[in-house]
Every structure is written in structure tokens, then in C-alpha cells.
Design a protein around this ligand. Structure first.
Ligand SMILES: *Cc1c(COP(=O)(O)O)cnc(C)c1O
Length: 388
């Protein structure tokens, strides 16, 4: 029997903070509890029919059964460019400024390999998607968290980054609409980012996975709409959340052609692209009628309003999200984020995610996902109220 030892990079992974919640969840399930799971960042709604039909048709075609092209089918990249133009008024060259990804997580995790190494710093917002610092770690670089505080509307304070960190910084990850806080960024912030990145020669990676899940008709902007943005960075996008396609694994990166080329170089050496039938379905997705999407948005809006109002009435301080399908709430007095999550599980059979799991600045908060029907949200609110 050989002795298996993990490499340094695996031994340096951050501790897994959901183990206790996972254990409690298993216990409650074993006891037969009727759990309401508000911890899952995965839409419960099905993929729209026309997209599934498109996959069925495309999967019958033998030409799609072979290796796809590395950078994605030109027709898919053209569909991405068309969508960007219609949705944001941003012009993209499908040949050099668009790259298909096996889900945006794949690109986010890989991009530090293209541009960073030992001694370099990757700036990322925290609380946030755990892949940003892990990608940096795997590349041998150092992650540097930028805290997102309620007092600053969950925008990072770029001016407070120390000079010696800035000198070594190569990448900056930002994410608006934001997971987990539900915050959005205004044009003024994006302008500051463009100026900051240009001054310090830092590549901006904007994660826009939630740009199409928004409330009250207020459409979030693309980072690339900001003048000069394409000169300093790229935007990651995903079909996962917009079209309920998390299982399909299809996303894309767009923007600065040199940055796109660098990420593409890593990918040609590691993967062989996305199944072409899935890309065909992706083209159908990107051409979805807005009426279909507004139905999905209405469903989330009902759920958001129910949970926001319900929790607020229970005396919980909730940040009203303008976009994305999460509610970020302050833990009541006497709880930290893990003890409150345990309390909700044991006393209300409601599963939520402790904020500290998204990074230390998330301590004191808890995240609820709007991925269950509105009736269940009502029931969750009743149970939480009774438990407090
Ligand atoms: C869900 C999510 C993604 C998208 O993941 P895919 O790999 O495209 O499914 C990216 N960033 C954030 C912050 C997310 O929550």
C-alpha cells in the first residue's frame, strides 16, 4: 500500500467551515425533520424548455460528438457578442474578445495560473465566492482579502490597500451583483476600479454571474460599459443562474483580448472545451425572449419580498438585495454566524449559511438563498419567528 500525501497547495486550503452545519443537517434529516433548505445557491426552477429542446436536437448531430474547438464554437461566441450588444450596448469581437468556459467557476479558478505566481498578490473581495482565493493559492500566489462592509455598501475600499501589497498585486476579483451580500455596484465605483487598475497595472476580473437576476426592474450594469474597462480587464459570465443551467456547465469570459488570450493558453493545455451540443443550447439560451426571463425574475421577486418582509417583522436586520437570489442578514444579539445557523437548524429546521464561511468579514451575518417556493419561505419565517 502506498502512502498518499497531499501536495502543499491542498494542505493550505482554508478550513471547511460548514462541517458542523452539515453534521447537524444530517442529524435533523435522520430524525425525520421537515427541513427548509435556504442554503443552496442553485436554482430550483427548471431550465426553460426551448433550451432543453435545442440540446436534444444538437446532440443527435454526429459533428457535435467530436472534440470541440478550444476557444468555443464561433457561433456561440457570436451569440455572446450579440447578447452583450443588446443587453449592455457593449461591442465585442467574437474572435478575440470572447472565450467559452466550462462554467465560469472553471475560468475564475484558472485565471491566476495565467498571470500570477509566487510573490504575486491576488486581491479579492470578502465575504465572497471561495474560488477567488483558492485559485490564487493553486497558482502559488497570495490572496489578499478586501473586506466588504455594510458601512461602505459592501464595496471595497481600494484606497486602504497598503503600498507594498499594491506593488505585488496582479489581479483584482470583484463581483456585482454580489454573492453573498446581494449588493450592486454603481457606475462611480466601476470608474474608480478602472482608474485604480490602470494606475497600478492590475488586471480586473469582474464576476457578473448574477447580472440578470434583479429586482424592481433595476438592471445591473456590466463592468465593460465603463469607459476604459476593456483596457484593464475582463468579465466572467455564466448561463447557470440566468437560465437555471447550473448542471450544464457553460459560461464565458469577455473583454481585454490579451487577458482572454492568456486564459485561453491555460485552457488549451488543460481541457478540450465544452460539448458542442451544450454550446448550441447556450445559443438558444442567449436568444431567450425577455418575457421568459421576466417570469423567472417575478418568482424571485415574490420570494425576496416575502423573506425580506417576514424576517424584518421578526426584528432581524436584513439587507434588501437589489439583485442576485440571496438575503444577507445580521445575526440577532447573542449569536455569531455559526451559532445562529445551528440555532435555526435545531429550533426551526431551517438551513442557512453562516456568513463567516464566505470569509472573516462575513462574521455576524447569515445568508438565505431564495431557492425554494414562496410558500416554504412563509413557513420558514413563521418557524424562525417562533424560535426567537
Ligand atoms: C454561481 C456562481 C458562479 C457561477 O458558477 P458556474 O461555474 O458558472 O456555474 C460564479 N460566481 C459566483 C459568485 C457564483 O455564485
Amino acid at each position: 500500500m502506498i502512502k498518499v500525501e497531499y501536495a502543499e497547495r491542498l494542505r493550505h486550503l482554508p478550513p471547511y467551515l460548514f462541517a458542523e452545519i452539515d453534521r447537524l443537517k444530517r442529524e435533523e434529516v435522520k430524525k425525520g425533520a421537515d427541513l427548509i433548505d435556504l442554503s443552496i445557491g442553485d436554482p430550483d426552477l427548471p431550465t426553460p424548455k426551448h433550451i432543453v429542446e435545442s440540446l436534444k436536437r444538437a446532440s443527435e448531430k454526429p459533428e457535435h460528438h467530436r472534440y470541440p474547438s478550444y476557444e468555443g464554437m464561433l457561433s456561440f461566441r457570436q451569440a455572446v457578442a450579440g447578447w452583450y450588444n443588446r443587453r449592455f450596448g457593449v461591442h465585442l469581437d467574437p474572435l478575440t474578445e470572447v472565450l467559452s468556459l466550462i462554467g465560469s467557476k472553471e475560468g475564475i479558478g484558472h485565471i491566476p495560473l495565467a498571470f500570477t505566481g509566487p510573490g504575486d498578490v491576488v486581491l479579492y473581495t470578502s465575504p465572497g465566492y471561495p474560488v477567488y482565493p483558492v485559485g490564487a493559492l493553486f497558482a502559488g500566489a497570495e490572496g489578499y482579502p478586501l473586506p466588504l462592509l455594510e458601512s461602505n455598501n459592501f464595496l471595497p475600499e481600494l484606497a486602504s490597500i497598503p503600498e507594498d501589497v499594491l506593488k505585488r498585486a496582479r489581479l483584482l476579483f470583484i463581483n456585482y451583483p454580489n454573492n453573498p451580500t446581494g449588493a450592486t455596484a454603481d457606475e462611480d465605483f466601476f470608474k474608480k476600479v478602472v482608474e485604480f487598475a490602470g494606475r497600478h497595472n492590475i488586471i480586473v476580473c469582474h464576476d457578473a454571474a448574477y447580472s440578470e437576476i434583479y429586482y424592481d426592474g433595476k438592471k445591473p450594469a456590466s463592468f465593460l460599459q465603463t469607459p476604459g474597462a476593456k483596457d484593464v480587464g475582463i468579465e466572467f459570465h455564466s448561463l447557470s443562474k440566468t437560465y437555471n443551467m447550473t448542471g450544464w456547465r457553460l459560461g464565458f469570459a469577455v473583454g481585454h483580448r490579451g487577458v482572454i488570450a492568456g486564459l485561453g493558453k491555460i485552457k488549451t493545455n488543460l481541457d478540450s472545451g465544452v460539448f458542442q451540443a451544450v454550446q448550441e443550447a447556450g445559443i438558444s439560451a442567449l436568444n431567450t425572449e425577455d418575457a421568459d426571463l421576466s417570469g423567472i425574475r417575478q418568482t424571485y421577486q415574490q420570494r425576496r419580498d416575502a423573506l425580506y418582509t417576514g424576517l424584518t417583522e421578526q426584528g432581524i436586520h436584513v439587507i434588501k438585495p437589489e439583485a442576485a437570489f440571496y438575503l444577507w442578514a445580521r445575526c440577532p444579539k447573542g449569536f455569531d454566524s455559526r451559532s445562529f445557523a445551528s440555532h435555526l437548524l435545531e429550533k426551526a429546521a431551517v438551513v442557512a449559511t453562516p456568513g463567516v464561511g464566505f470569509g472573516q468579514p462575513g462574521e455576524g451575518y447569515i445568508r438565505f438563498a431564495l431557492t425554494v417556493p414562496v410558500e416554504r419561505i412563509g413557513e420558514a419565517v413563521r418557524r424562525i419567528g417562533k424560535s426567537l
